[in-house]
Design a protein around this ligand. Sequence first.
Ligand SMILES: *Cc1c(COP(=O)(O)O)cnc(C)c1O
Length: 410
Amino acid sequence: MTTTKLSGRDLFAQRTSNVLGELEQSGQLKKLQMIEGPMDAEITLRDYGTVACFCSNNYLGLANHPDVVEAGIEGLQRYGAGTASVRFICGTFQAHEDLERTIAEFLDVEAAYTFVSCWTATEAMFPTVCEAGDLIVSDELNHACIIDAMRLTAGIKKGVKRTVYRHSDMDSLDTVLSEARKDPDVTGVIWVITDGVFSMEGDIAKLPEIRALCDEHGAMLCVDDSHGTGVMGETGRGTHEHRGMSGRDVDLFTGTLGKALGGGAGGYLAGSSAAIELIVQRARPTLFSNALPATVACSARKAIETLMNEPQRVAKLRENVAYARRGIRDAGFEVLESPTAICPIIIGDTAKAIAWSNRLLELGVFVIGFGFPVVPEGTARLRVQISAGHGPEHMDRLIDALKTLKAEVG
Ligand SMILES: *Cc1c(COP(=O)(O)O)cnc(C)c1O
């Protein structure tokens, strides 16, 4: 008997076409908008012309700030296009040292180390700091990079356990930590990890309560503050500042340079000098993957310095957030309550969220609709993101477009 097997090429072509066909049919196929020119409060889309942008992470309006751009150009001229090496061979430049010192100062911790993304930083952290007998405890709504880094750690280091607690539920966290203390397999360090600001809900981690539970149960606290850094707290230090804590109350930070801090790219790990030295010596992404390009490091450092010198940007962002949230409600939409720059309008149905975001684009406002599987089934939403770079004219355009939409859909 002979069985005819499809070749790998044919099988892959068939499988891929099935997946893409299903996405198309269920209205979930994403269309990438082409942007001509820089990221800013107003951007030019190839298919829609000039629109007000309410879906970037450019929270402080620094992505196209003249000083940030100029620092990148100077960095390019001084250091060339890239490092052509990993950090420990010959890829560490003055620009990295300067940036890492600035990040550590900004967060008030001993040291920091940069990566090409926060995703990479997170995948560098857990597999390096964890050993057999350790347990990683994660909020169930943590960012995808944390979920993947936990899986990766369990795959690389046998005997590392992982579990989740219900979103921002301190009873659930307490229960998980109490049980862990009784688990004979958990003989090592317990790591609790949470987003500072949750990207889809726009709500804020209860850091003081989490810190207290960590202390009670002898656990380490890691915070990924990618949406909180530059946004939360009086001077934009992040979620810990908003909650009245110091950077030293967090054992390890991960964060991105691709959002409020200039928006270029890159991520970092920050904490004690010893923890960072361990990362330098042992983390696979630092040993086997190229450094952050020096030009990007120069822009990011300038962005952080600009933020430190101009804390009024954070105040402007806060004012804008309050204005926009009021306006969204006046337009007849419910927005999840929180002081963060993420304003989710819950729609429910995924296809509806996508159709409405398309309609807003026609009205000159760029807001993205998110549905399953990015958010739980039945909670599709429009996610409006506010920036300090928005003027009243941009926010009024958003509010007017929402009013028009409301009149059309009832
Ligand atoms: C955006 C985000 C990331 C990814 O950051 P990159 O630097 O783009 O990899 C990681 N964690 C959280 C919580 C984020 O919001």
